[in-house]
Ligand binder design. Structure first.
Ligand SMILES: [Zn+2]
Length: 260
């Protein structure tokens, strides 16, 4: 049985994604990956993403400056994200958040932009996609004051069980990447066993983080099926059942029908 699944996080229009993109998209469809959330992190990737959506309406876009780049590009990109979101061209705002592990941008500036994206998402009633590394305490504290009871997903979740519980307590989702398929990721697999199916997404984070059986290659949305199969196995359900449940989550979260 072929499954139907959404890759909830891919950077198809990043300069690092090697062409030909048409073939990548064909392989995705062949594997049942019938929707891709394309994460646009700067002006060129958003321009390309909007064109891609015109040609392939099943590729949906989100946009924000990543916490890494807010010092360099945050100010310039913000009004462009705002405009695209206000005209109904985005299904979410992100990825935004905090990264204290790499700390490529000053923490204060990361926090300032996170606050601005909280407000933007709230005003336009769009969900947020968070990138969070080594900063869950601050993310939770900031959201508790400025983004209460509002929808979000923690992309490429690799946190602890305690952090996963913090995500669930706030009504948010966890998105699982190919990292879960790596041999050393037993703790993450424990988290997946704990989190209910109706709070999970799967993603590739293409072109990075190819799952175990494709390690070393460029990652692409068709590989999300390997992560889906792992999630199904850990939850003790059939793959098509896991796919169906995760699809219901994605439909609800991204409201695909509302996009221009
Ligand atoms: Zn990403």
């Amino acid at each position: 049985m072929t499954v139907t699944i959404t890759d909830s996080h891919a950077h198809l229009t990043s300069v690092q994604m090697l062409p030909p993109l048409e073939e990548v998209l064909q392989r995705a469809l062949q594997k049942g990956v019938t929707r891709i959330i394309n994460i646009c992190t700067d002006i060129p990737s958003l321009e390309q993403g909007l064109l891609l959506h015109e040609k392939y309406p099943w590729v949906h876009n989100t946009a924000a400056t990543t916490p890494h780049d807010v010092v360099k590009e945050g100010e310039e990109f913000f009004p462009i994200v705002q405009r695209a979101a206000a005209s109904g061209k985005l299904v979410a705002i992100g990825e935004t958040g905090l990264d204290y592990f790499y700390e490529h941008s000053d923490r204060k500036v990361q926090q300032e932009f996170l606050r601005r994206y909280f407000a933007l998402a709230r005003n336009l009633k769009l969900p947020l996609i968070f990138h969070c590394r080594g900063a869950f305490q601050d993310l939770f504290a900031m959201a508790d004051s400025a983004y209460r009871q509002a929808p979000a997903v923690l992309h490429c979740f690799t946190g602890t069980l305690e952090e996963a519980k913090g995500v669930l307590d706030r009504g948010w989702f966890l998105s699982i990447s190919g990292i879960a398929t790596f041999k050393k990721s037993e703790l993450l697999r424990e988290v997946i066993r704990y989190v209910p199916l109706d709070r999970l997404f799967v993603e590739t984070d293409s072109p990075w983080l190819a799952p175990q059986s494709h390690r070393g290659k460029q990652n692409e949305p068709s590989f999300v099926v390997e992560t889906l199969e792992l999630v199904a196995c850990l939850k003790g359900v059939a793959v098509h059942e896991a796919a169906q449940r995760l699809e219901e989550n994605a439909e609800r979260f991204f409201s695909f029908s509302k996009v221009n």
